[in-house]
Design a protein around this ligand. Structure first.
Ligand code: ZN
Length: 50
């Protein structure tokens, strides 16, 4: 069986991925810093483990 767990290194952002960069609380743009998407408006922090 082929291993399809490997993702392509450079794929264009999908609409969902773009929306993931918006704050789920206030829909403001998230600032990406040190592996975390941080909202400077409400203080939301969406750190991605790994
Ligand atoms: Zn926010």
């Amino acid at each position: 069986m082929p291993d399809i767990s490997v993702q392509s290194p450079q794929v264009p952002l999908t609409q969902e991925e773009i929306e993931e960069r918006l704050c789920p609380t206030c829909k403001n743009n998230l600032v990406f810093a040190e592996g975390c998407n941080i909202c400077i408006e409400c203080g939301y922090s969406g750190c991605t483990a790994g």
